[in-house]
Design a protein around this ligand. Structure first.
Ligand SMILES: [Zn+2]
Length: 72
């Protein structure tokens, strides 16, 4: 998977990152940040946007909905 252009600002400033991705939950959300270990994503130097590959965003969504189910 190779991306170079940031979809937000259009600059060729995306850099691939790997390791543990930390997703800060919204302030109104119960629980701590979601951390997905040993994964890959992209960060834009220009605007600071994080671009998450589909499997990673899915993993975060699963975790958030799992917590939402607990909170309900
Ligand atoms: Zn950008």
């Amino acid at each position: 998977m190779t991306i170079t252009h940031c979809p937000l600002c259009g600059h060729e400033t995306l850099e691939s990152r790997s390791g543990d991705y930390r997703f800060e939950t919204p302030p109104d959300f119960v629980g701590e940040a979601v951390v997905v270990g040993d994964t890959e994503w992209f960060e834009c130097h220009q605007c600071g946007e994080h671009i998450l590959p589909h499997p990673l965003s899915q993993a975060i969504e699963r975790e958030l909905s799992r917590r939402a189910a607990f909170a309900a």
